[in-house]
Write a protein that binds this ligand. Structure first.
Ligand SMILES: Nc1ncnc2c1ncn2[C@@H]1O[C@H](COP(=O)(O)OP(=O)(O)OP(=O)(O)O)[C@@H](O)[C@H]1O
Length: 260
């Protein structure tokens, strides 16, 4: 996919306060269409809060969020999801007692597009067939089709995380916010997940924003990285620029960045 200069997300002068705690202060950043954009920073830096405000879980206390040029500050998650802004959660949110394909079908039904399909086709059976075809296509794309009828609980950790991506793709994202997609993965699972995220950007033309603590994965995958510290922007740049930035090294006390 071509990276463009077109902003898909513009965070402008964002502030978010919880009681007396300033979680985000005066944060501005731009995510450009077609990029893989990392959001990193020490614990408590405000990464999750930033995701929560962008995806509509919390309204901003100050400032605004523009999505595709439109002010969507304070819009509910469901309204943003209908417009292709989809967020995943740390760990999996799958139904373990359901099969793999059933989990993806639930994702399809939750998507706005399922409503479009039903209006066009009219009948339940056709809706079901269309959703099934779409779910299989997504499973094939993520190399999970052979597990379609397997119980989700029986999947390996890596396969469950890939299935989490499948459910997110079923909602037809334009922008996908991934919350720590590599957590708890072994190096081989991480390598495969990196490939999947790259392919989602290249082949599904989805812009990706991700929070991640695995510095090696972040540095290898992202085009651009925003570093937060104490709820505000510390710096932003290419992986190389960020890795060698003294302020970043200091914020992390050297360790995490040195290991990457
Ligand atoms: N719902 C909430 N209520 C009260 N305080 C909150 C809430 N959400 C976040 N905070 C506070 O805001 C600050 C930023 O937290 P946030 O979770 O955004 O950081 P983070 O960078 O995602 O951290 P981590 O890497 O540990 O997940 C912290 O001081 C946190 O305690």
């Amino acid at each position: 996919m071509m990276q463009t200069q077109t902003p898909i997300i513009e965070v402008r002068d964002l502030g978010r306060i919880f009681g007396g705690i300033v979680a985000i202060n005066d944060l501005s950043l731009t995510v450009r269409e077609g990029t893989i954009h990392g959001l990193i920073g020490p614990n408590g830096a405000g990464k999750t809060t930033t995701f929560n405000v962008i995806s509509g879980f919390y309204p901003p206390s100050r400032g605004k969020i523009l999505y595709c040029g439109e002010d969507v500050s304070g819009r509910p998650t469901s309204a943003l999801a209908e417009r292709g802004l989809i967020r995943t959660f740390q760990g999996t949110t799958l139904f373990h007692e359901f099969t793999v394909i059933e989990n993806v079908l639930l994702g399809c039904h939750r998507s706005a597009k399922a409503g479009v399909v039903s209006r066009i086709l009219g009948t339940d059976r056709n809706i079901e067939a269309a959703a099934r075809a779409k779910a299989y296509e997504i499973l094939e794309f993520l190399n999970l089709a052979h597990l379609a009828d397997e119980l989700t609980a029986n999947l390996s950790h890596g396969h469950q995380r890939a299935l989490g991506l499948a459910v997110a793709l079923a909602a037809e994202p334009r922008l996908l916010l991934l919350d720590e997609p590599f957590t708890g993965m072994n190096p081989e699972e991480t390598r495969q997940m990196i490939q999947l995220v790259r392919r989602i950007r290249e082949e599904q033309r989805v812009t990706i924003m991700l929070i991640e603590h695995d510095m090696q994965a972040v540095m290898g995958l992202c085009d651009i990285i925003t570093v937060l510290n104490f709820g505000t922007l510390l710096t932003e740049g290419t992986p190389e620029e960020v890795r060698t930035n003294p302020a970043v090294i200091e914020a992390y006390l050297g360790t995490a960045i040195d290991a990457a």
